[in-house]
Design a protein around this ligand. Structure first.
Ligand SMILES: C=CC1=C(C)c2cc3[nH]c(cc4nc(cc5[nH]c(cc1n2)c(C)c5CCC(=O)O)C(CCC(=O)O)=C4C)c(C)c3C=C
Ligand SMILES: [Fe+2]
Length: 454
C-alpha cells in the first residue's frame, strides 16, 4: 500500500432503508467516526474546490436513465443509478470501530452483516523478517480501511462507502512459529486441536500460519478489505483457504435482536456478556510475565466450518427441533419457561415427569454448568456456498469461538457435545483451525509486534 492519505467517500442516505439497527450509537468510535466524516468532506473540498461527493452525484444524475440495468427499473429494477441528493449519511456507513486498543477489534463488537475469513501460509524461504514486514503492511492497511481511508492506487471498490463498522482481526496458527524461528514462543494455550469422533475435517480448508477475520456491514467494504490484504500478503504469504459469511443486515429488524442462524434458531443468547464479572477472564488471555507475555490482552479463536444438514433438519417438526436445542424456535425462550433472556432451569421437570430441557438438548450439553464452568464467546457468520450436485445445500455456520484458553473453552465443550448432543445428527464439522490472536496494537504499533520484536 503506497499511502493512505486519501479519505474514502462517505455514503449517501438511502431513503428506503431504516437508519441502522439502533446499536451503532453504542459502538465505540461512533462519535469519532462522525468527526472523521466531517473532516473527510472538508478535505475533499479543500483539494479541488468541489466536493468529490458532489461530483459523483452529478455524474450519477446525468447518467441515471442510461444506467438502469436488468429489469423494469424503478422499484423492481436490478441496478438503478441514483443521484446524490445531498441527504445525510446513514449510521451504517458512518460507524467506525477503532483499530487500536487493548484488544483487537472484531471480538467483542457485534458481528457484522458480511464476513470473510482467510488463512495464509508463509511461502518457502519466508521467515521472521518477512513476517514482520507483512504484519506491518497488513496493520497499516487495516488501520486505514477501518477508519474509512483508501490508498492512492486503490481499486476503488469501496470508494463511496464509509467505514461500515469494518473490523480486521489477525491471528497466528501453531505452524507459524517454527517457520518464523519462534518455536520457543508458542503460547501454552495454543495446543494442537484434538480430533473428535464426529469430525469430517477437510485438511486443505483447515489450519494455517496466519489468519484474518474481516467483518463489515457492507459487502463491498468487506470484499475490498479482503482483496487489499490478500494483495498485501505477497511476497511473504499465500492464501491457504478462504470462507465467506453473513449475518442479518443492521436495520433489518425493527429493533436490535439476537441473530438467527440458517436453521432458524435465535443464536447467541447465552453468550458471556462484557458486563459479566467473569467476561474478561473467560475471553481474554493474561499473558503474565513469562514466554506468553506477548499474548496479554489477546484471545484464542477456534474456527469451525460446520455444515448444517438442512434437508434432514427441515423434516423435523418444530416441536422436535425445539427439543434438539432446548429453546423455542420463534422466541428463543428456554423450554423451562420465560423469555429469551430468562436463565434456563436445567432441573425443571414437566408435569409428565420428563425434563423440560431434554437430556441431550444442545443448550444442556453445551452449558457452562455441564462443563465445569467452561465458557466461550460465540461470534460467527452463516455461510452458503451454493448447492451440491444432488441439490443438497452447502450451507451452515462459520463457528468462531473466542476464549482465554481453548482447553477450558471450545475443546472441553466440544468433547462433551461430540456424541452427546442431539444437534450433532444435523450438523457436520468440515473445517477446523485454532489461532492465537494477540492483543490490540497501541497507536504506532503493528499487530503481533510484541511477539515478533521481543
Ligand atoms: C463447542 C461449542 C459449540 C458448538 C460447536 C456449537 C454449534 C452450534 N450451535 C448451534 C446453535 C445454538 N447454540 C446455542 C447455544 C450454545 N452453543 C454453545 C456451544 C457450541 N455450539 C454454547 C456454549 C451455547 C450456550 C449454552 C448455554 O449455556 O445456554 C443455541 C441457543 C442460544 C444461545 O444461547 O446462543 C443455539 C440455537 C448450531 C446451529 C451449531 C452448529 C451449526
Ligand atoms: Fe451452539
Amino acid at each position: 500500500m503506497k499511502s493512505e492519505k486519501k479519505q474514502r467517500q462517505a455514503p449517501r442516505t438511502d431513503g428506503n432503508r431504516p437508519e441502522g439497527n439502533g446499536t451503532e450509537g453504542n459502538r465505540p468510535g461512533a462519535d469519532q467516526s462522525r468527526a472523521d466524516r466531517e473532516g473527510r468532506d472538508r478535505s475533499d473540498r479543500d483539494r479541488s474546490g468541489i466536493s468529490r461527493r458532489r461530483l459523483l452525484g452529478t455524474a450519477g444524475a446525468t447518467g441515471a436513465a442510461g444506467l438502469v440495468v436488468g429489469g423494469a427499473g424503478g422499484a423492481f429494477g436490478g441496478y438503478v443509478a441514483r443521484a446524490d441528493d445531498g441527504a445525510a449519511l446513514t449510521s451504517v456507513g458512518a460507524n467506525a470501530i477503532p483499530f487500536h486498543g487493548a484488544h483487537q477489534a472484531g471480538i467483542v463488537d457485534p458481528a457484522q452483516a458480511f464476513g470473510h475469513l482467510a488463512a495464509f501460509d508463509l511461502v518457502a524461504g519466508a521467515g521472521r523478517k518477512e513476517a514482520v514486514a507483512l504484519m506491518r503492511r497488513w496493520s497499516r492497511a487495516a488501520e486505514a480501511m477501518t477508519a474509512g481511508r483508501t490508498p492512492d492506487d486503490d481499486d476503488q471498490v469501496a470508494l463511496d462507502a464509509g467505514p461500515c463498522s469494518l473490523t480486521v482481526t489477525f491471528g497466528f496458527g501453531r505452524s507459524f512459529f517454527g517457520k518464523a524461528g519462534l518455536a520457543d514462543r508458542v503460547p501454552s494455550a495454543l495446543v494442537t486441536m484434538p480430533s473428535f469422533t464426529q469430525d469430517a475435517i477437510d485438511r486443505a480448508n483447515s489450519d494455517g500460519d496466519l489468519w484474518i477475520q474481516i467483518g463489515a456491514d457492507d459487502g463491498l467494504v468487506a470484499f475490498h478489505a479482503l482483496r487489499v490484504l490478500q494483495r498485501e500478503a505477497a511476497p511473504a504469504a499465500k492464501l491457504r483457504w478462504q470462507m465467506n459469511g453473513f449475518n442479518r443486515t443492521p436495520g433489518a429488524t425493527a429493533k436490535p435482536r439476537t441473530v438467527r442462524n440458517l436453521m432458524g434458531q435465535i443464536d447467541g443468547t447465552n453468550n458471556p456478556k462484557p458486563t459479566d464479572k467473569a467476561f474478561a477472564a473467560q475471553v481474554f488471555a493474561s499473558g503474565g510475565a513469562g514466554a506468553d507475555a506477548w499474548m496479554d490482552g489477546g484471545s484464542y479463536a477456534v474456527v469451525r466450518r460446520i455444515r448444517m444438514l438442512l434437508d434432514s433438519w427441515d423434516q423435523l417438526p418444530t416441536q422436535r427441533q425445539e427439543e434438539v436445542i432446548g429453546r423455542h424456535k420463534a422466541s428463543g425462550a428456554p423450554l423451562s419457561g420465560g423469555t429469551e433472556t430468562t436463565p434456563v432451569d436445567l432441573d425443571k421437570i414437566d408435569p409428565d415427569g420428563s425434563l423440560a430441557v431434554p437430556g441431550d438438548a444442545h443448550i444442556r450439553v453445551a452449558a457452562a454448568q455441564s462443563n465445569g464452568g467452561a465458557a466461550m464467546l460465540r461470534r460467527g457468520f452463516s455461510y452458503h456456498d451454493g448447492y451440491d450436485a444432488d441439490g443438497t445445500p452447502n450451507a451452515g455456520l462459520l463457528f468462531i469461538a473466542w476464549q482465554a484458553d481453548p482447553s477450558n473453552g471450545f475443546i472441553k465443550v466440544q468433547s462433551k457435545l461430540d456424541g452427546g448432543d442431539g444437534l450433532s445428527r444435523f450438523i457436520r464439522h468440515e473445517s477446523s483451525a485454532l489461532f492465537a490472536v494477540p492483543g490490540g496494537p497501541a497507536s504506532g504499533e503493528y499487530v503481533g509486534q510484541r511477539l515478533l520484536e521481543s
